[in-house]
Design a protein around this ligand. Structure first.
Ligand code: GLN
Length: 250
C-alpha cells in the first residue's frame, strides 16, 4: 500500500500492528497519544501502521507487533483485573518472545507481581515484570526528568500514589534528577525487561521522547522482518515539546 504525503515512503516496507490495551479504562493524562505517535512514526519510517484496541471482553488481536498500555485510577485497575489475568498467558508469551511493549503507570503496576492499594486490597498483577507496588497516602505528582543509559534524557509528568520497587529481574529505566519516579526512596524511575519499557510518565510520553518510540518500532520491525530500515521522521514538534517540558518547574 502506498501512502501519499510528505515524509511517507512510496512503497510500504511492511505492516506494524500496534495494540492498545484497555484504552476504555486505562488511558489517562493523554496516554492515548502514545498510540498516535507510534502510528505516525511507523508511517514516517515507511511501514504501514495498524492500530487496534483491546478492551475487557474483546477477542485478543492476532499477530500483534507492539503493545501499549496506559494509566488508570485504582477503580479502572479493578475493572480490568480479571480480564488481564485471563490474558496473562498470551501477554507473558509475547513479552518473553521479545515483543516490544510500552507500559505506563497503572498498567506498569499490573504487569508486575501485585498492587496493594492504600486500603490494603491486593490487585494481583500478571508477573511479567519483577516489581511490586504498594499504595501510600503520598501523591507523587509533577514534572519529571529521567537520565537513562539507552534513551538519553526522558521527560514527562507523574501522578501516582502507588510506589513501586524493582526486583532483581528488571533494571530501572533511569534515575531522576527531577521528580520522584518509582518511589520516594531509591531515585529510580521505570523498569526495563527484554523489550519492555515501563514508566510512570504521562504527558503523553512518546510525543516528547521519540527515541523510545523508535526503539519500539525498530524492535518490532527487526522481530518481524529481520531488519529495520529507518525513514525520515519529522522531529521538529518533538524537539519543541522537549524544550518546553525541560523548562517546566517540578
Ligand atoms: N492508581 C495508580 C496510582 O495512583 C495508578 C495511577 C495512574 O495510572 N496514574 O498509583
Amino acid at each position: 500500500m502506498s501512502q501519499a504525503g510528505a515524509g511517507f515512503a512510496e512503497e510500504s516496507k511492511g505492516t506494524i500492528k500496534v495494540a492498545q490495551l484497555y484504552p476504555r479504562d486505562m488511558n489517562i493524562y493523554g496516554d492515548w497519544g502514545n498510540a498516535l505517535v507510534l502510528q505516525r512514526r511507523i508511517g514516517w519510517h515507511g511501514y504501514t501502521p495498524e492500530l487496534v484496541e483491546y478492551n475487557v471482553g474483546d477477542e485478543f488481536p492476532e499477530d500483534v507487533d507492539i503493545i501499549v498500555g496506559g494509566g488508570g485510577q485504582d477503580s479502572g485497575q479493578l475493572v480490568i483485573q480479571d480480564d488481564l489475568q485471563a490474558r496473562a498467558g498470551v501477554l507473558k508469551d509475547l513479552a518473553e518472545d521479545g515483543a516490544p511493549m510500552l507500559l505506563i503507570c497503572g498498567l506498569y503496576q499490573l504487569f508486575g507481581r501485585f498492587f496493594e492499594t492504600r486500603t490494603g486490597a491486593v490487585i494481583p498483577g500478571i508477573g511479567v515484570l519483577d516489581v511490586e507496588t504498594h499504595g501510600t497516602d503520598e501523591r507523587l505528582i509533577g514534572n519529571v526528568k529521567v537520565s537513562t543509559p539507552e534513551f538519553g534524557e526522558v521527560l514527562g509528568y507523574e501522578n501516582h500514589s502507588g510506589q513501586t520497587t524493582l526486583g532483581s529481574g528488571v533494571r530501572p529505566l533511569g534515575t531522576v534528577p527531577k521528580g520522584t519516579g518509582n518511589n520516594s526512596s531509591d531515585g529510580h524511575e521505570g523498569a526495563r525487561y527484554r523489550n519492555i519499557v515501563a514508566s510512570y510518565l504521562h504527558g503523553s510520553l512518546l510525543p516528547k521522547n521519540p527515541a523510545i518510540a523508535d526503539f519500539l518500532i525498530r524492535t518490532a520491525a527487526e522481530r518481524k522482518y529481520g531488519t529495520f530500515v529507518p525513514g525520515n521522521p519529522d522531529d521538529r514538534y518533538a524537539e519543541l515539546a522537549r524544550e518546553h517540558a525541560a523548562r517546566r518547574p517540578r
